[in-house]
Ligand binder design. Structure first.
Ligand SMILES: [Cu+2]
Length: 305
């Protein structure tokens, strides 16, 4: 089943959604810093299946501590068709997408230990962004992990439910290491919001938005530096460029590899597009046969020549 949905279909879906007036398509303006276009309208076909970071493996040791393993490693990933990009990533020994890392998950009251191994050719650290924990385990520049070394912070989860992330924080090298791919999510549960979606990748969908610039060989480029930092001209969602994902009703799974038989004809698709200025473009595209043909693009939607 093809995941490719035309731009016209997306626009048709948007046109049919008066309840989403805020999610308008941005114009053809250029970024003031780099001159790159702000809109991806008519430049993407949403042809790549949205990647999802797996939940990290963990074990509970005899002291009741939940133990995770993260290895920072060199690798590669394909973002642009046919081009292999050198990357760094975190692996838990089972999952390694070549970019980003698995999602760690723990519950308030649990003790956790993360065994971090640095297999990179330089110093790194792992900082638990947003985590309440002892300063010596925070993972800032003052807690370097030399290449080939292990670091094993251990703490008790003691804060409300949150979506946090982990990333390297070595002095002067944070941007470069995050750009190459080092980052991941850390979910915290607290058991008090049972009515919220909580089934990972089913009704609780992780979305990691990042911008990158690629050179002619598909490598990450450091071009596009602005006062706010490095600005990319391509948006990655969970490490996927030009992504698409199919939605399904509650209970039947999201982006399931085995959708219900009628899913392809009656359920909408969630399209995710992000402009350079981080304005989301979302569309629910009915996939009933013949539907797309009865709608036209938004009247003032910009068109590429
Ligand atoms: Cu941070």
């Amino acid at each position: 089943m093809s995941a490719r949905i035309s731009r016209r279909t997306l626009l048709a879906g948007l046109a049919a959604l008066p309840a989403l007036p805020a999610l308008t398509l941005v114009g053809c303006e250029a970024d003031r810093t780099t001159g790159a276009p702000l809109s991806t309208v008519d430049t993407l076909d949403f042809g790549n299946r949205l990647r999802m970071p797996a939940l990290a493996e963990s074990t509970v040791d005899h002291d009741g501590v939940r133990v995770f393993h993260l290895s920072a490693t060199e690798g590669s990933a394909e973002f642009l068709s046919g081009q292999s990009t050198p990357t760094w990533s975190y692996s838990d020994g089972r999952y390694d997408a070549g970019f980003l890392g698995p999602t760690l998950r723990a519950t308030r009251g649990e003790k956790v230990r993360v065994i971090v191994e640095n297999r990179l050719p330089e110093i790194t650290t792992v900082h638990w962004h947003g985590m309440h924990l002892p300063a010596r385990y925070d993972g800032g520049p003052h807690q370097p992990i030399a290449d080939g070394e292990l670091w094993q912070p251990e703490w008790e989860i003691d804060q409300q439910a949150a979506t946090l992330w982990y990333h390297p924080h070595p002095h002067g090298e944070t941007e470069g290491q995050v750009t190459r791919g080092l980052a991941g999510l850390f979910y915290l549960d607290d058991g008090t919001n049972a009515d919220l979606p909580h089934r990972y990748m089913i009704d609780d969908i992780p979305i990691i938005l990042q911008d990158r610039t690629f050179d002619s060989r598909g490598r990450f480029s450091q071009r596009g530096r602005a006062v706010t930092g490095l600005l990319g001209d391509k948006i990655l969602v969970n490490g996927t460029y030009n992504p698409t994902s199919r939605s399904a009703p509650a209970g039947s799974g999201f982006a399931s590899s085995t959708p219900r038989p009628r899913a392809s004809t009656i359920w909408p698709s969630l399209m995710i597009g992000i402009s350079r200025s981080l304005q989301p473009i979302l569309g629910f595209c009915p996939r009933q046969r013949g539907y797309a043909g009865c709608c036209s693009p938004l009247p003032n939607a910009p068109r590429s020549s």
